[in-house]
Design a protein around this ligand. Structure first.
Ligand code: APR
Length: 237
């Protein structure tokens, strides 16, 4: 008999790697190949907004053809079936892609923002946008021209939805981190918070993360294989 569980899942770039999206710190990662200080900080944007807009526009274009993989699909199934049993799945992603949503996950919290949304630097309004970011865009909320940026969290900026995230962590029965290097806080600290709350923890990755030691259980292998297997185990396949 499958028990209803409240499951907090943290995903990182590794869950989207087999969908063809680059991670950040692997050998061919975005920050291995590009200048993070120029492309993922408010200072870099202020210095060269056109270059930053072009970088995120290119990543946005890649999303048009990126498809969710078996790991995303397994998590969407877990949410459906665990919810039907009276539990819940809180899917907190560090990713700015929309593959969890494309796979059918309904409750997705993007703590680092969303590539498919644009923000106005004047009024801070944000809206769904899959077009290239350009210097002449007009904010639909305040009418300002040329004040747009990607609605993503850069280094030195605060992550989003932390109140919801902290509450879900306190109420969870299980904490699972999938495809994240455990190198960026506060996300990298969630496992320690879970342990302090007495919540069992598991990491699923192709290699040990920076905080692998903090997990009770560690499953290594490609997410498409190991997340599907783990979901089957939880749902009693
Ligand atoms: N299956 C499972 N895990 C994988 C796979 C795969 N096929 N391929 C790579 N990984 C793992 C790597 O082993 C690594 O631990 O995914 C992780 C990717 O790590 P990072 O590139 O550091 O990505 P992430 O942890 O999501 O980065 C966190 O850093 O730059 C910021 O905002 C950015 O959200 C990002 C944050």
């Amino acid at each position: 008999m499958v028990q209803p569980l409240n499951i907090f899942i943290l995903t990182g770039a590794g869950i989207s790697a087999e969908s063809g999206l680059k991670t950040f710190r692997d050998s061919d990662g975005l920050w291995t190949q590009n200048d993070l200080a120029q492309l993922a900080t408010p200072e870099g944007f202020a210095r060269d907004p056109a270059r930053v807009r072009d970088f995120y526009s290119a990543r946005r274009k890649i999303l048009e053809i990126a498809a969710p993989n078996l790991a995303h699909i397994a998590l969407a199934r877990l949410e459906r079936e665990m919810t039907a049993l009276g539990g819940w799945v809180f899917l907190c992603t560090q990713n700015v892609d929309d593959l969890h949503e494309k796979a059918g996950s309904r409750r997705v919290i993007h703590m680092h923002g969303e590539l498919t949304r644009t923000r106005c630097t004047q009024c801070s309004g944000d809206w769904s946008d899959r077009k290239p970011l350009t210097a002449d865009q007009v904010c639909p909320e305040c009418g300002t021209i040329g004040a747009t940026r990607p609605h993503v969290v850069w280094f030195g900026e605060l992550p989003m939805h932390m109140a919801q995230i902290n509450q879900a962590l306190e109420e969870a029965d299980l904490f699972v981190a999938i495809g994240t290097s455990g190198s960026v806080y506060p996300a990298a600290g969630f496992v320690a918070e879970a342990r302090a709350l007495g919540i069992p923890t598991c990491e699923i990755n192709v290699a040990r993360s920076d905080n692998a030691h903090a997990f009770d259980r560690r499953i290594y292998g490609p997410a498409t294989e190991k997340v599907s297997q783990w979901v089957g185990e939880v749902l009693g396949d």
